[in-house]
Design a protein around this ligand. Structure first.
Ligand code: MOS
Length: 775
């Protein structure tokens, strides 16, 4: 055996040992035949209650500090100058006038920037955070229109902005590819290291033979990130340690990645992010934090960098345009015989993935033959990145509009067509579903929405100037639980518990939901639990992304609780009513432990700690790898219903009613969950009707500068949105709960488009559905 083979064998041996250990320690719910998480059946605890946000009062009073509100002694303000060409070289930069401008402390360009390692590209390692791995101001190359070419530090933001405007850059332009047509060659895209391609049977042959067919191309435009809170960081170096207050979805990833970039130990970088005003996939590590840290080092001053709206559009990745062909073949009964979903979407050489729009189609419908593929090409543009249900948001637009077209051709109700094609196992992987009640969600949603009042004949309902129609579509988003979950519990002798976890509060209610979960897990009143988060020094490598934070943190707390029970039993000793009991014979309740089948054998935490002379007990637990997704196909589901009104004179579209009926497992907090669902649906309305990144193909420049140019739904665009859910616990998800963060945006675009078709008889396959396309 060669050395290489021996090495491989050793690695495999370690991997198997790690996996064996993980399986031994894992809660049964993650494995076939195992016992579900006891909390999924709990009906009288805190889970399932509409608890108001624990951070609500602070936010209402303006007392919750965001990254751009932290003030540091001696702080200076940063402004970035962006390139105005898509590709080429910087021949000269005249910084003289900027340097001489009032208040200027430093002008940094590639000529004086410190040497930095390339940013670790997201998904390239367990803690890699960067949305783009281009060198950061290290050379004279320009890779996209908008790439930072200089950074100014000044005493005030206004001075920095002014000085930035005085910088003159001379470029030597090179031919750039800024549109798919210019790029030429395409290749199969990859996502998380896997090719974005799946095949079952011969889909083209099955499609050719099908008696009923739909074959259409759908186009979605680019989208930009538009969190309410703009990207910002306030930071300071103390010796060789960097302290960064960031707006991020990934504190631990960011700390590790910055350490790599600056050649430091991980422990030398401290990232805090207690409040984030929306992330949506865009609040990762981009050039602004890196450049601000580099400049702070050069200047020896604390720095605040806060991007403008245009600044975000130009350096933070967005969602690339897609062109998707969906071809569906069906028999006379409406059973799908072929599903083809392929298309093209661009990416850059430096970003982690192309928009993975085939993802929702993988587990959607039973069909004998399926062919899915995302092709991509490399453009000279800002990165494609994760954005609000990446893949599913725009993938469901194409798939679910095509299903509507097929239903019409077959003369079948669109709800019925979907129910008829429900798969009994995952059509691609063959795995059983952990829990799938989408039919129940459709039936309940259709009844509440009044779907039976829909006239299937387009343009058949008119109220004055308004043509009124109804449409539906399926929503879907996968259950994720990324490796790296960990949490610490500090239980004190006053029966109070603090949960420490490197999680994030971006407005979705993390601390609230986790306090509810921990209170039930530990058998404590809600007021007795506090959750500390948003700090890279806390346990866990937890991404607030992929709609997975609740599962990831919840399972980490479950594992920490197992440790806690073991430690408490050790401390209890022989004088306790719990003497001699094993961990699996007791449960937490009433601020203490009791024997499962003999509840009068009970001792409170305070009593156990008091007798042992302990003020507090600190334990930590780590979540096992996501074993559950190796055994089951796990997805959140939803049925979306839209009523749209299109003005017969002006062609403007108004969504008048919307209902989302969800099947996402147990709902931990109906109040914050409803808000998550509604927020997602509002983003879906934007995708359907207004959002569009405007690119000038000649220069590759994004032309939108602000929310006047880039339209998002405002209050008047949003009807009352009704949401409901099955609340059927998933036996294989922690707490029985699958993700809810992103599913609302999926299916919504198609539900709107299908309603517009029903109202007008016009099939718009090019998004957004602006009035010019309906006139
Ligand atoms: Mo979400 S796009 O996974 O932050």
């Amino acid at each position: 055996m060669s050395i290489v083979d021996k090495g491989k064998q050793a690695v495999q041996g370690i991997a198997q040992a790690v996996m064996k250990k993980a399986v031994e320690l894992a809660p049964g719910s993650l494995l076939p035949g195992g016992r579900p998480d006891p909390l999924i059946r709990q009906r009288h605890g805190h889970i399932g209650k509409p608890v108001s946000r624990v951070d609500g009062p602070l936010k209402v009073r303006g007392a919750a500090p965001f990254a751009a509100e932290i003030a540091l002694e001696g702080m200076v303000y940063a402004a970035l100058a962006n390139s105005t060409i898509a590709k080429g070289r910087i021949v000269a930069i005249d910084t003289g006038r900027a340097e001489a401008a009032p208040g200027v402390v430093l002008v940094m360009t590639h000529r004086n920037a410190p040497r930095l390692n390339p940013p670790p590209r997201f998904l390239s390692g367990a803690k890699a955070a960067a949305g783009d791995d281009s060198p950061v101001m290290q050379d004279d190359r320009v890779r996209w229109n908008g790439e930072p070419v200089a950074l100014v530090l000044a005493q005030t933001q206004e001075q920095a902005d002014h000085a930035r405007s005085l910088i003159r850059v001379t470029y030597q332009e090179e031919p750039a590819a800024t549109t798919v047509a210019e790029a030429g060659e395409t290749e199969v895209g990859t996502f998380m290291g896997e090719p974005l391609r799946a095949t079952v049977g011969d889909a083209e042959a099955a499609f050719a033979a099908a008696p009923h067919k739909v074959d259409a191309v759908y186009r979605t435009p680019g989208h930009n990130h538009n969190a309410l809170e703009l990207h910002a960081a306030t930071l300071v170096w103390r010796g060789d340690e960097l302290f960064l207050h960031d707006a991020t979805q990934a504190v631990a990833h960011t700390a590790w990645s910055l350490a790599q970039i600056f050649g430091l130990e991980e422990a030398q970088v401290h990232v805090t992010s207690p409040y984030v005003g929306g992330g949506f996939g865009g609040k990762g590590l981009w050039q602004h934090q890196i450049l601000a840290a580099a400049a702070a080092r050069l200047a020896g001053r604390p720095v605040r960098i806060a991007l403008s709206r245009e600044g975000v559009y130009r350096i933070v990745g967005g969602r690339s345009p897609t062109e998707q062909r969906v071809a569906l073949g069906a028999d006379a009964d409406g059973r799908l015989t072929a599903i083809i979903h392929r298309g093209v979407t661009p990416k850059t050489r430096h970003s982690p993935m192309p928009e993975p729009f085939i993802l929702p189609t993988q587990s959607a419908y039973a069909a004998e033959a399926i062919a899915l593929e995302v092709r991509t090409c490399h453009l000279d543009m800002v990165a494609n990145t994760f954005m609000r249900a990446p893949g599913e948001a725009v993938g469901t637009v194409a798939l679910e509009c095509a299903m509507d077209e097929l239903a019409e051709q077959l003369g079948l109700d669109p709800v019925e067509l979907r129910i008829r094609n429900e798969p009994d196992k995952d059509p691609i992987s063959g795995r059983p579903f952990s829990s799938r009640n989408i039919v129940a969600a459709y039936r309940a949603g259709a009844e509440r929405f009044g779907w039976d009042r829909r006239n299937p004949v387009p343009r058949s309902r008119r109220e004055g100037e308004w043509l009124v129609g109804m449409g539906c579509a399926t929503a879907t988003y996968p259950y994720h639980r990324m490796p790296g979950g960990a949490a610490r519990i500090t239980l004190d002798a006053g029966n109070h518990a603090r949960i420490d976890v490197a999680a994030h509060e971006m407005g979705m209610g993390t601390a609230t939901a986790q306090a509810q979960i921990a209170a039930d897990r530990l058998g404590l009143p809600l007021e007795a639990v506090t959750v500390r988060y948003g700090d890279s020094s806390l346990p866990g490598v937890i991404l607030a992304g992929g709609s997975q934070q609740t599962a990831s943190v919840g399972l980490s707390v479950m594992m920490a609780h197992q440790e806690l029970v073991g430690e408490l039993l050790k401390l209890a000793g022989n004088d306790s009513p719990l003497a001699g009991l094993r961990a699996d014979e007791v449960e937490s309740a009433n601020s203490g432990l009791r024997k499962l089948d003999e509840p009068e054998r009970f001792e409170s935490y305070a009593s156990i700690l008091g007798r042992a002379g302990r003020k507090e007990l600190v334990v930590e637990g780590s979540a096992p790898p996501p074993l559950e997704t190796m055994h089951w196909s796990m997805h959140s589901h939803g049925a979306m219903f839209c009523e749209a009104r299109v003005n017969a004179v002006t062609a403007e579209t108004r969504v008048s009613r919307f209902l989302g009926s969800f099947d996402c497992g147990r709902i931990v907090n109906p109040k914050t969950a409803a808000s998550q669902f509604r927020g997602g649906i509002i983003m879906g309305l934007g995708l359907a009707l207004m959002e569009e990144t405007q690119l000038d193909g000649r220069k590759g420049r994004i032309m939108n500068r602000n929310l006047s140019d880039y339209h998002l739904p405002v209050h008047l665009d949003v009807p009352e949105i009704d949401v409901m859910w099955t609340d059927i616990p998933d036996p294989h998800a922690p707490m029985g709960a699958r993700g809810i963060g992103e599913i609302g945006i999926t299916g919504t675009g198609a539900a709107v488009a299908n309603a517009v078709y029903n109202a007008t008889g016009r099939r718009v396959r090019e998004f957004p559905i602006t009035l010019d396309k309906l006139l």
